[in-house]
Write a protein that binds this ligand. Structure first.
Ligand code: DGL
Length: 274
């Protein structure tokens, strides 16, 4: 079984990384980062639909059996078109509001951080209509975090002051859960943990998406999901899941970039339990 996973950029690596934890070695992967067009969160819906269709066609030509849209923004803008136009399982990602509602107390609030597109598209409003019965969810667009992530800037003072600035009008102690509604935001978990404290749940949709993929495609879940997935060198990383990496349709042939991916995988592993 070959799975194509795509995102506007390296955020989708957090979904690939979770797949390594949860799925067995009968699955291989193509990971596609559309770095020519990142960030999607500041593009029009039509642009995102076009990029997503180009990527789906590329992945289908490469022989994938299923596609994971590892991007909340592309899901919000394009998932219906993709499912209508292509005949294979296509899984999207939505901010994990449902588990947040289920896992928190009624008197507490939930904060969803996402890109401006995810917040503006109807999909999230429909999700809230279905699951946020007591109007406990607040939405906060974080337009600059994707660019920080693509620049590999995760723990700097700039990042922390940007997050604090965006939270300026909110009372942090009201929130029992923070939902990461963008796959790039996973890289900032240490800053979120520092700002929100140890009692706030930080919830992302990665494991839910991979479990759903397993369910739809009849894949067996790994019986040791918490075994460490970290890489000492590139060959070790590339062997894992026989993953092929592409940037906007071009295979990566640059060791510096591969090393960046290795650092990202190892960062994701180190902060997985935060
Ligand atoms: N990782 C994408 C998401 O989950 C980021 C979109 C962007 O490029 O702005 O929404």
């Amino acid at each position: 079984m070959k799975v194509g996973i795509f995102d506007s950029g390296t955020g989708g690596m957090s979904v690939l990384h979770e797949a390594y934890h949860l799925l067995g070695d009968d699955v291989s992967y193509i990971f596609y980062a559309d770095l020519d067009h990142v960030p999607y969160g500041l593009k029009t819906t039509d642009q995102i639909i076009k990029y997503s269709k180009d990527i789906a066609e590329f992945l289908i030509k490469k022989g994938v059996d299923a596609i994971v849209v590892a991007c909340n923004t592309a899901t919000a803008a394009a998932i219906e078109v993709l499912r209508h136009d292509y005949d294979l399982p296509i899984l999207g990602m939505e901010p994990a509001v449902k588990p947040a509602v289920e896992e928190t107390e009624l008197r507490k609030r939930i904060l969803v951080m996402a890109t401006p597109v995810t917040i503006r598209e109807d999909k999230l409003a429909h999700l809230l209509e279905r699951v946020d019965d007591y109007h406990r969810v607040d939405l906060l667009p974080m337009p600059n975090l994707v660019t920080f992530a693509e620049n590999g800037e995760f723990d700097s003072e700039n990042v922390e002051s940007y997050i604090l600035e965006r939270l300026d009008n909110l009372n942090i102690s009201d929130y029992q859960a923070l939902v990461l509604g963008c796959t790039h935001f996973n890289y900032f978990k240490p800053s979120f943990r520092k700002i929100f404290g140890s009692c706030t749940l930080i919830i992302d949709g990665n494991a839910g998406t991979i479990r759903h993929l397993a369910d739809i495609c009849g894949l067996k879940l790994n019986d040791k999901p918490d075994k460490k997935v970290e890489f000492s060198d590139l060959s070790n990383m590339l062997k894992y899941g026989k993953t092929e990496y592409y940037i906007s349709g071009r295979p990566i042939n640059d060791e510096i970039y591969y090393n960046k991916l290795l650092t990202l995988h190892n960062r994701l592993e180190a902060i997985r339990e935060l």
